[in-house]
Unconditional design. Structure first.
Length: 98
């Protein structure tokens, strides 16, 4: 039954996610900056982990490296926190790209 629930959640996603083990620089609108860890990414958003909680609806500026066709480029993109959940040693949260 638990597996079915997890499958249903993933089926609701519009875009497929890929594992994305990278450091991300997160800047909040209040000017604070932190280095956090990415978990996964899609064309519409990114899954992140941080020691401090974020607020649903919070706007962030994210910077991270992306490798495409063997070329590394830095991405600087705005996003909105869509969900936050308690995790071991911190918080997992999803950000939708704007």
């Amino acid at each position: 039954m638990e597996i079915m629930k997890k499958m249903e959640i993933h089926e609701k996603r519009k875009h497929r996610r890929a594992a994305f083990d990278r450091q991300v620089t997160m800047n909040s609108v209040d000017g604070k900056s932190a280095i956090i860890k990415a978990r996964d990414i899609s064309t519409s958003g990114i899954g992140l982990f941080a020691e401090q909680p974020r607020t649903r609806g919070e706007l962030l500026r994210l910077q991270f490296d992306l490798i495409q066709n063997g070329n590394k480029r830095q991405v600087n993109i705005a996003g909105e926190v869509k969900h936050v959940e308690l995790a071991e040693h911190g918080y997992n949260f999803g950000v939708r790209f704007l």
